[in-house]
Design a binder for this molecule. Structure first.
Ligand code: BG6
Length: 510
């Protein structure tokens, strides 16, 4: 494993939840695995007036709460010594001299050689101001190969195509594209990366991976939680912006891409961007045919009363924001011409599950027909991204005994069968990649814009055409039944994964 250069990670918005919940625990996990260099520092930056000690205490709490295993005190203390804090109003350009002085001071003390990563985890409206202020202090300048500067941008990357373009322009005024890392934590998930390995490290699946053998593909990301305390953000974004434009389309990109010629950031991202550019645009008048939106209503789940979306905190009482979105999309290229991709996501669905299902075509000739009922297996390959990470292949087998009755059986692989295999958190992988300067699993400008270009007409139609219904669905169910109508063939339907994820066709509650 390549040993990374010394560095300082500057986190803007450091008093927010993400730092404590994800970023610091991820760095700590890297530290424990000896994947960080000997000399590194984290400089938390935000408006709150905190000392280094107070900030360290908060981060220690975060590590104890959110790391899988309780940390050893000795390791925890030696890690936390690398954490610093600088109070700063990120919107005020004149305060950045303070930041520069502090950064240079830590750099001189620790000898981190001017390698800095700026992590923007603030409200997105601050992204342009922060970038500009860093530029005014020359904090983006790399020293002729002797040092590097990188910037990580958290989602949401824009609110639509126009704002994403504006943000890209603002970033590219100061930083080069190769310095910009747009994070999509789904790409950091081990199981999403495994799709690449599954497709391109095996010879047996790729020949089937196209319109000749695949009938349709499903991608589901269901969550059983509601909007929790994020009502204000969510009501302004909704499921399409929050999950589809980024996470779900990135999964589609990996499932549908051509094999890259190399495994590097340029080659891999060149291939995924071609998929996004090939998404068949949805005409505004066809939105109703290709997209279904829903919003959860109050219900009782296992005896517990659950509020409807409109009764959640900081959500407008007449909100028309979707908490469920399902789409039928097509990728207009040689590999996927006319193969429908059905994708859906929602909050307050029965279970937390993210999976991809490849539905293969039926056999062209049905040999095993009994009483005029044709017995044929529908082969499905199910890639379970979370929580029960694994891969399941369904195929037909002869039932023992007389005749030829065919039954679907499962060949099931669980990551947990690998024994002690450690599955790193998405942020762990992504932070390490950025420290190493590998942007393969980060989204590029053209990809982000292509995804917005696809999603924008749907957002516009939903905003401007009140005749396009938003369906209510009781919390704890699989979303509006109208999502079924997206299927070309009425005999087809979504897979309804239950707690026992190898079984389907059943509705369930957690
Ligand atoms: C985030 C969304 O990007 O992804 C959240 O903003 C969502 O609304 C989350 O809950 C889902 O991530 P994961 O890793 O739990 O599937």
């Amino acid at each position: 494993m390549e040993r990374p250069d010394s560095f300082i990670l500057v986190i803007f918005g450091a008093s927010g939840d993400l730092t404590k919940r994800k970023l610091i625990p991820a760095l700590f996990a890297l530290y424990k695995q000896n994947l960080l260099p000997d000399r590194f520092a984290v400089l938390g930056v935000s408006r709150s007036d905190l000392s280094d000690t107070a900030f360290r205490e908060r981060m220690t709490e975060g590590i104890k709460l959110y790391c899988e295993k309780q940390p050893e005190e000795k390791i925890l203390n030696s890690f936390c010594k690398n954490i610093y804090y600088q109070p700063l109003d990120a919107s005020n350009g004149s305060e950045y001299t303070k930041l520069k002085t502090r950064l240079f001071q830590i750099d001189a003390e620790l000898k981190t050689h001017g390698n800095y990563i700026y992590y923007l985890s603030t409200s997105p409206n601050l992204f342009p101001a922060i970038t500009e202020s860093l530029g005014k202090q020359n904090l983006e300048k790399e020293g002729n190969g002797s040092s590097w500067k990188r910037i990580i941008i958290e989602k949401p990357f824009g609110h639509g195509l126009e704002s994403a373009k504006e943000l890209n322009t603002a970033l590219l005024k100061i930083f080069y594209e190769k310095q910009i890392y747009r994070i999509d934590h789904y790409l950091g998930k081990e199981t999403v990366q495994n799709i690449l390995a599954f497709r391109f490290a095996n010879g047996i699946f790729e020949p089937l991976w196209n319109r000749n053998y695949v009938n349709h593909i499903e991608v589901t990301a269901s969550e059983h939680i509601g909007v929790e305390d994020r009502g204000e953000y969510y009501d302004n974004y909704g499921a399409l912006r929050d999950m589809v434009q980024n996470h779900l389309l990135q999964i589609v990109g990996i499932i549908a891409m051509e094999p890259p010629s190399f495994f590097d950031a340029t080659a891999v991202r060149n291939e995924t961007v071609k998929v996004f550019q090939s998404l068949r645009p949805i005409k505004p008048e066809e939105v109703g045919k290709y997209a279904v939106r829903g919003q959860y209503t109050k219900s009782t789940i296992r005896g517990e009363k659950v509020p409807g979306y409109r009764n959640e905190q900081r959500v407008a009482p007449d909100s028309r924001t979707e908490t469920f979105a399902a789409l039928k999309l097509y990728i207009d290229n040689w590999r996927w011409g006319d193969v429908p991709f059905y994708i859906r996501t929602g909050k307050r669905l029965p279970t937390r599950e993210t999976e991809v299902v490849i539905h293969f075509k039926k056999t062209p000739h049905h040999l095993f027909t009994q009483n005029n009922i044709c017995d044929v297996s529908c082969n499905e390959l199910i890639i379970r991204i979370q929580p029960d990470e694994g891969i399941l292949l369904k195929f037909g087998m002869k039932m023992p005994g007389a005749g030829f009755q065919i039954k679907d059986v499962n060949m099931n692989f669980h990551y947990s069968d690998l024994g002690d295999a450690y599955i790193p958190e998405a942020y762990e992988r992504l932070l390490l990649d950025c420290i190493l300067g590998d942007a393969t699993l980060y989204a590029r400008t053209d990809a982000v814009e292509a995804c917005w270009r696809y999603v924008d007409p749907i957002l516009m139609a939903w905003r401007e055409r009140p005749d396009i219904k938003i369906y209510g669905y009781p919390a704890g169910t699989w979303g509006p039944k109208e999502a079924h109508e997206l299927f070309d063939n009425p005999e087809e339907d979504w897979r309804y994964p239950c707690k026992n994820l190898a079984t389907d066709g059943e509705f369930c509650e957690l």
